[in-house]
Design a protein around this ligand. Structure first.
Ligand SMILES: Nc1nc2c(c(=O)[nH]1)N[C@H]1C(S)=C(S)[C@@H](COP(=O)(O)O)O[C@H]1N2
Ligand SMILES: [Mo]
Length: 517
C-alpha cells in the first residue's frame, strides 16, 4: 500500500493520483452510501407512494414470487411478511442506485473528470426513472446520490484536515465524507417523506367542489348509535372499529387525485359508461354499516372490522350501461389489482366515497372502493376504476394464486378479550360475524366444549352485513380451563367445528383459549 501524502495541499488534483489509491471496499462503501442517499431523496419527494423507488420493486416481488411463497408469507408471517417485502425492496433499490453510482464514477473517470457527482446523478436518475416513471422523485434521487459522490471526490482530491486526521488514506477520506454527506440527506429525506405521507390522505380532492356528503347528521347519528350499543367491556373494540385493518397487494398505496379519476363500466354491456368523481359525489348518498373480513386472516385474527360507509348503489352506476347477458363481473383498480365474482353478488353492491364521516382515506381506497355485502374482503376492491361485465368466468388476482376468496364469508365468533373482574369472575368477549346471514347466537363453553351457555349479544345495528359483539361472565373453575366459543347464523346454521387454516377457503373451526383464574 502506498502511503498518502501528509500535506493535503500537496495532493495532486490529477484523478490518476487520487484514483488508484482508494480500494474497492472504499469505492463500494461510497457507492452504497450514495445509494442510500438516493433512496432517501426519492422518498423525500414521493413519500410512501408508487413513485417511491421501493414501491414498484416491492410490488414486483409480491407479484412474481410463487403463490406458495406468498401464501406462506400471509398465513405464517402475517404483517411481518409485508415488512420483509418492503425491507427487501429497500435493499434492492439501494443496490441498484449503488450500481448506478459505480457505473457513473467509472464513466466520469473515462471522460477524464475529477468530480463524478453530475455523472452519478444522471446515472441514478436514469435508474430511478426506469423503475418508477416518476420524473421528480427520480431527479431527487439523482441529486442526493450525486451529492454524496461529489463530496467524496472533492474531499479525496483536495483533502480535508478536519476528517482527515494526519494519516488518513484517500479511501477512508472518501468514505468518511460520504457518511458525513449521506447522513443529513437520509434524515432530511425521511422527515420530508414522512410529513408528506401524513398529509396525503385528503388533500388531493380539494380542487373539486362536491361538498362533504359523508359529513352529514345521519352519519353522526349512526356513529353515536354504534357507540351507544357497544358493550361496556374493557379492552373490547367498539362496534365501529377504532382502527380498521388494511390489506394490499402493494406496500405503497396509489395516491390518486379525484379530479383525474373516473370509473368506467365496460365489457358485455350495451354501451360503456364512464363517471367522474363529481358525478358520483353529486348522486343521492346512502350510509351503511358494513363489516369486512380478510380471507387470509387466522381463525382468531384481527382482520375483521366495521365502519359506516357513505356512497351510492353500484347498480345505479351499472344499469345505465345495459347489462343483459353477463355472468360475472371483474373489478379493476389503479394498483393493478383485479377480482372477479358472479354478477348476482353485485345486486346489493355499494360504491363508497366516505368512511366514518370522513372522506375515504387513501389506505382504504380513495377516491372510491367497492363494498360487496357478505363477501370476503378481497372483492371489496379499493381505488376501483373499472367495472367490467364478463360473459364467462375468469380468475382474479388471488384466485390465480390459489385462493378461493370471492364467495361469502365463513361464520366466526372471535375471542378477543378476557378480563378478571373485581368480584372474582372472568369476563370473555369478542365479535361475531356471518356476513349477510347475520349472527343469531353466540355460545360459550368453559369446559372445553362439554357444556354450553348463551353469551350476551350487542343489539343489532341496522344493515345487512354487520358484525355483533358478545360477552360472557362466569365463576372460574378451580384452575386451568379451556374456553370455546361458537356462533350460529341467522339461518340457524352452527359455525362448523372442523378446523382449517386460512388457505385457500378462509379459516374455520371454533376459537378456543386456555385460561387461568
Ligand atoms: N385495489 C385493491 N383493492 C383491495 C385490495 C388490494 O390489494 N388492492 N385488497 C383486498 C383485500 S385482500 C381485502 S381483505 C380488503 C381490505 O380492505 P381494507 O384494506 O380497507 O381493510 O381490500 C381488498 N381490496
Ligand atoms: Mo383479504
Amino acid at each position: 500500500m502506498s502511503s498518502p501524502p501528509t500535506d493535503p495541499a500537496d495532493t495532486s488534483p490529477e484523478p490518476s493520483d487520487a484514483t488508484p489509491s482508494h480500494s474497492w471496499p472504499a469505492r463500494i462503501l461510497v457507492a452504497l452510501l450514495a445509494g442510500v442517499a438516493g433512496v432517501a431523496g426519492s422518498f423525500a419527494v414521493a413519500s410512501f407512494t408508487p413513485a417511491f423507488v421501493a414501491g414498484p420493486i416491492a410490488g414486483f416481488l409480491a407479484r412474481r414470487l410463487p403463490g406458495a411463497v406468498i401464501t406462506f408469507a400471509i398465513v405464517v408471517l402475517g404483517d411481518f411478511g409485508d415488512q420483509l417485502n418492503v425491507l427487501t425492496a429497500l435493499g434492492i433499490a439501494t443496490l441498484l442506485f449503488a450500481g448506478a453510482t459505480l457505473v457513473g464514477q467509472r464513466a466520469d473517470r473515462a471522460l477524464g473528470g475529477t468530480v463524478s457527482g453530475p455523472v452519478v446523478a444522471a446515472a441514478v436518475l436514469a435508474v430511478a426513472y426506469a423503475v418508477t416513471g416518476a420524473p421528480l422523485p427520480s431527479l431527487a434521487a439523482g441529486v442526493a446520490a450525486g451529492l454524496v459522490a461529489a463530496v467524496a471526490d472533492l474531499v479525496a482530491v483536495r483533502g480535508f484536515p478536519a476528517i482527515d486526521g494526519d494519516a488518513a488514506q484517500p479511501g477512508r477520506r472518501r468514505v468518511l465524507a460520504a457518511i458525513a454527506s449521506a447522513l443529513p440527506l437520509v434524515l432530511g429525506g425521511y422527515a420530508l417523506g414522512a410529513r408528506a405521507d401524513s398529509q396525503s390522505a385528503s388533500s388531493a380532492s380539494s380542487t373539486l367542489d362536491v361538498g362533504e356528503p359523508w359529513a352529514v347528521p345521519e352519519v353522526d347519528a349512526m356513529l353515536a348509535q354504534a357507540s351507544e350499543q357497544s358493550l361496556a367491556v374493557a379492552g373490547l373494540e367498539p362496534l365501529v372499529s377504532d382502527s380498521f385493518y388494511q390489506v394490499d397487494i402493494n406496500s405503497t398505496d396509489p395516491a390518486l387525485d379525484a379530479a383525474d379519476w373516473s370509473l368506467s363500466v365496460t365489457g358485455a354491456v350495451d354501451e360503456e359508461v364512464t363517471y367522474s368523481y363529481e358525478e358520483i359525489a353529486r348522486m343521492e348518498m346512502e350510509h351503511r354499516f358494513v363489516s369486512l373480513r380478510c380471507v387470509g386472516e387466522p381463525l382468531n385474527g384481527r382482520k375483521l372490522d366495521n365502519a359506516v360507509w357513505t356512497g351510492v348503489s353500484i347498480m345505479d352506476l351499472v344499469e345505465p350501461a345495459g347489462v343483459d347477458d353477463g355472468c360475472c363481473v371483474m373489478f379493476r383498480a389503479a394498483d393493478g389489482f383485479y377480482e372477479e365474482f358472479p354478477l348476482s353478488a353485485l345486486r346489493d353492491g355499494f360504491l363508497a366515497i366516505g368512511m366514518n364521516g370522513q372522506i375515504l382515506p387513501r389506505g382504504h381506497g380513495y377516491p372510491a372502493r367497492a363494498l360487496i355485502p357478505g363477501h370476503w374482503g378481497e372483492i371489496n376492491v379499493k381505488w376501483i376504476d373499472e367495472i367490467e361485465i364478463l360473459d364467462r368466468p375468469a380468475d382474479g388476482y388471488w384466485e390465480k394464486r390459489g385462493w378461493h376468496g370471492t364467495g361469502p364469508v365463513n361464520t366466526v365468533a372471535k375471542l378477543w378479550v378476557d378480563n378478571r373482574l373485581d368480584d372474582g369472575r372472568i369476563e370473555v368477549a369478542g365479535h361475531a360475524y356471518a356476513g349477510t346471514r347475520d349472527v343469531e347466537r353466540v355460545e360459550v363453553s368453559t369446559d372445553g366444549g362439554a357444556t354450553w351457555a348463551d353469551a350476551e349479544l350487542s343489539e343489532r345495528l341496522p344493515g345487512t352485513d354487520v358484525w355483533r359483539q358478545w360477552v360472557y361472565r362466569y365463576e372460574p373453575p378451580g384452575g386451568e380451563h379451556e374456553v370455546v366459543v361458537r356462533a350460529t347464523d341467522g339461518t340457524g346454521t352452527l359455525q362448523p367445528e372442523d378446523e382449517a387454516s386460512a388457505f385457500p377457503n378462509g379459516a374455520s373451526g371454533w376459537v378456543s383459549k386456555t385460561l387461568r383464574p
